[in-house]
Design a protein around this ligand. Structure first.
Ligand SMILES: [Zn+2]
Length: 244
């Protein structure tokens, strides 16, 4: 009875190990695909930075243009005032105001002209990066699809293995599979391990000699005192197989 359970668990473990390998292969993203994805992310991030700068500069440009218009209005008002001055002191003051306004206007004109050039440059850079992003995204999706097609055989194998595994697990006692599952999940997908030279090969810990003998004699469904994995003796396994 114990022997039969151990054999069942060894078989279940072999299925789980195979399934784990197939799932790992499916989950693995090839380096070429990963490289395209990270290049896409880098471009996208740069593009977002350009868009942020563009938006901020556009706001600045708009308010500089508004200030420019205001200063121009003020300059024409000052110009009119200049014509109606009563004395030289008023004339001096109006002239000074005109000069100040002219300086402001010239500075704002330069600022808006520079901003217009930079906005154009950013606009072109954004368009270029957007196109590059789209290209990388398309390439990434194409490579991903290609991998999915390549993976079809593995998908099929995984589906078949899952079906077989589920059917086989049905033949084992529920409380045993429940324990097996708990250990497998906690112990890196390995729930049953052979004991070799009185050592659990699951955790590489030496077990007491009498315990090793008990495992070998299959006195009970025994678990490693250190890692809790089910234990079996491979020699015993080989002997039984040969005699069967
Ligand atoms: Zn162990």
């Amino acid at each position: 009875m114990v022997h039969e359970t151990i054999e069942q668990l060894i078989k279940l473990q072999a299925m789980d190990t195979r399934l784990y390998i197939v799932d790992s292969k499916l989950a693995m993203v090839p380096e070429a695909v990963r490289a395209v994805k990270s290049e896409y992310e880098r471009l996208k991030q740069n593009n977002e930075l350009d868009v942020q700068r563009f938006t901020a500069l556009k706001d600045e440009h708009t308010s500089a243009k508004i200030s420019l218009e205001e200063k121009k209005d003020m300059a024409s008002a000052a110009q009119k005032k200049l014509l109606s001055v009563q004395n030289s002191r008023e004339y001096e003051a109006a002239l000074k105001e005109m000069d100040n306004l002219k300086r402001d206007i010239s500075a704002l004109e330069k600022q808006t002209a520079d901003a217009a050039i930079e906005l154009k440059r950013l606009e072109a850079a954004i368009a270029e990066l957007s196109a590059a992003c789209e290209e990388k995204d398309n390439l990434y999706n194409r490579l991903k699809r290609e991998k999915e097609v390549e993976d079809q055989a593995l998908h099929d194998e995984a589906a078949l293995l899952r079906r077989e595994r589920a059917e086989f697990a049905e033949t084992i006692k529920k409380n045993i599979t429940a324990r097996y599952e708990r250990i497998r999940k906690a112990r890196n997908n390995v729930a049953i391990a052979p004991i070799i030279s009185e050592t659990c090969t699951g955790c590489n810990m030496k077990v007491p000699p009498q315990f090793a003998v008990d495992v070998k004699k299959e006195r009970d469904l025994l678990q490693c005192p250190y890692c809790q994995r089910f234990l079996y003796s491979p020699e015993k396994e080989a002997v039984t197989k040969n005699s069967a």
